[in-house]
Design a protein around this ligand. Structure first.
Ligand code: XLS
Ligand code: CA
Ligand code: CA
Length: 438
């Protein structure tokens, strides 16, 4: 059954078009810095939001019908969702999808039964993947919805719950490998705490690392060659989430010797919640060799929660792609972990959400490549730090200068020269030149 029959296949028509179902900027074969836009931007559909989220919030029920003509929470419903998902990806030209185990099927009474359901849907999805050429970007396990995870999964106070989480991860890894996924994500879920009055923080952190190691060992043993990812998030649902931000997650991975197998999946909205910019989180990941994948969405600085909006802020997408291009691209991709606003409740809105997001990243890619070609920002930075390439600067950098020698040098200077203007306003004008200049 076709679910979006009344909606067309979306293609590029250029910036002048007013067709709501056409790309203004995403021209998949356009070459940018030696690669096509499609190669630069491996877009993915987030199964959960696109096929599952009906707009429920804490004050009201769903506003959008995501049943796709079947009974929800049944295997027929799961198959209808898959049909709709593949049709959607086809029409939008999105090549990848991301999933949680429990996005694919409704959870059953027992783990064994849920696993049977997952096998059944996996067979169905594999057929669809073959038919359409669509691929899996990453998989993960939902270790946060069920009440059993109220105290966390890997960080639970209860070993049985830890085991339950491990079993779900095993199965989600099996599916990820079966679908040829590029990555496997650990999103913090409820791995955090509300109060230290009831929490053994060290035990919880050590156990999360044990669970990750078990996943790596198992994944490698079944032929998973992709990256594991941590997706940092500072809060929500817990007051304190252990994977607060990129720097915290990297420190954790290194402390537990997981850094060879893990990279980071950076979500724009989570950067906002952590009080960082998106490009800060990307830069921290990149300079540590851990920029893996991106959850492409947008937060709202006026709201303190995870709004998961479709991205339209071109400053943000430009600066994101600037980091990605400078890092040499992603091993993962751009997953639209985004949902329509609650009153945008039609299939047309689903299409326009993805078109908006894909065009915003395509325009960001164009502008980021122009920023690189323009060169003024990079050159300014190079010049700003040029003192470190010769003389005392170079000696300090090479590790040859002692504190005594540096002190003698400082004394000999009398008064050091002014370090020079940071010229932020100038550089912001350069950015505007590239964004809006003719
Ligand atoms: C929630 C996370 C989640 C992960 C996948 O805040 O963004 O959607 O990406 O579990
Ligand atoms: Ca996410
Ligand atoms: Ca989010």
């Amino acid at each position: 059954m076709e679910h979006f029959k009344h909606l067309p296949k979306v293609s590029y028509e250029g910036v002048k078009t007013r067709n709501p179902y056409a790309f203004r900027y995403y021209d998949e074969n356009r070459m940018i810095l030696g690669k096509t836009m499609k190669e630069h931007l491996p877009f993915a559909m987030a199964w959960w939001h696109n096929l599952g989220a009906g707009g429920r919030d804490m004050f009201g029920d769903e506003t959008a019908d995501k049943s796709f003509g079947a009974l929800k929470k049944t295997m027929d419903g799961a198959k209808a969702k898959a049909d709709a998902g593949f049709e959607f990806m086809e029409k939008l030209g999105v090549d990848y999808f991301c999933f949680h185990d429990l996005d694919l099927v409704p959870e059953a009474e027992t783990l064994a039964e849920t696993n049977d359901r997952l096998d059944e849907i996996a067979e169905y999805i594999e057929l669809k993947m073959k038919e359409t050429g669509k691929k899996c970007l990453w998989g993960t396990a939902n270790l946060f919805n069920n009440p059993r995870f109220m105290n966390g999964a890997g960080s639970s106070n209860c070993p049985d719950i830890f085991c339950f989480a491990a079993a779900q991860i095993k199965k989600a890894l099996d599916l990820t490998v079966r679908f040829g996924g590029r990555g496997y994500v650990f999103w913090g879920g409820r791995e955090g705490y509300e109060t230290l009055l009831n929490t053994d923080m060290k035990l919880e952190l050590d156990n999360i690392a044990i669970l990750m190691k078990l996943a790596v060992d198992y994944g490698r043993s079944i032929g998973f060659t992709g990256d594991f990812y941590i997706e940092p998030k500072p809060k929500e649902p817990m007051k304190h989430q252990y994977d607060f931000d990129a720097a915290t997650a990297i420190g954790f991975l290194r402390a537990h010797k997981l850094d060879k197998d893990f990279k980071l999946n950076i979500e724009a909205n989570h950067a906002t919640l952590a009080g960082h910019t998106f490009n800060h989180e990307l830069r921290v990941s990149a300079i540590n060799g851990m920029l893996g994948s991106i959850d492409a969405n947008q937060g709202d600085t006026l709201l303190g929660w995870d709004t998961d909006e479709f991205p339209f802020d071109i400053y943000e997408t430009t600066l994101c792609l600037y980091e990605v291009l400078k890092a040499g691209g992603l091993t993962g991709g751009f997953n639209f972990d985004a949902k329509n606003r609650r009153p945008s409740n039609t299939p047309e809105d689903m299409f326009e959400g993805y078109i908006l997001g894909m065009d915003s990243f395509a325009l960001g890619l164009l502008k980021a490549s122009q920023l690189i070609e323009d060169g003024r920002i990079e050159n300014f930075i190079k010049e700003r730090y040029s003192g470190w390439t010769s003389g005392i600067g170079a000696e300090i950098r090479s590790g040859n200068a002692t504190l005594k020698a540096i002190s003698d040098y400082a004394v000999s200077l009398g008064t050091p020269k002014d370090p020079g203007s940071g010229r932020q306003e100038h550089l912001e004008r350069v950015l505007n030149d590239v964004l809006f200049g003719g």
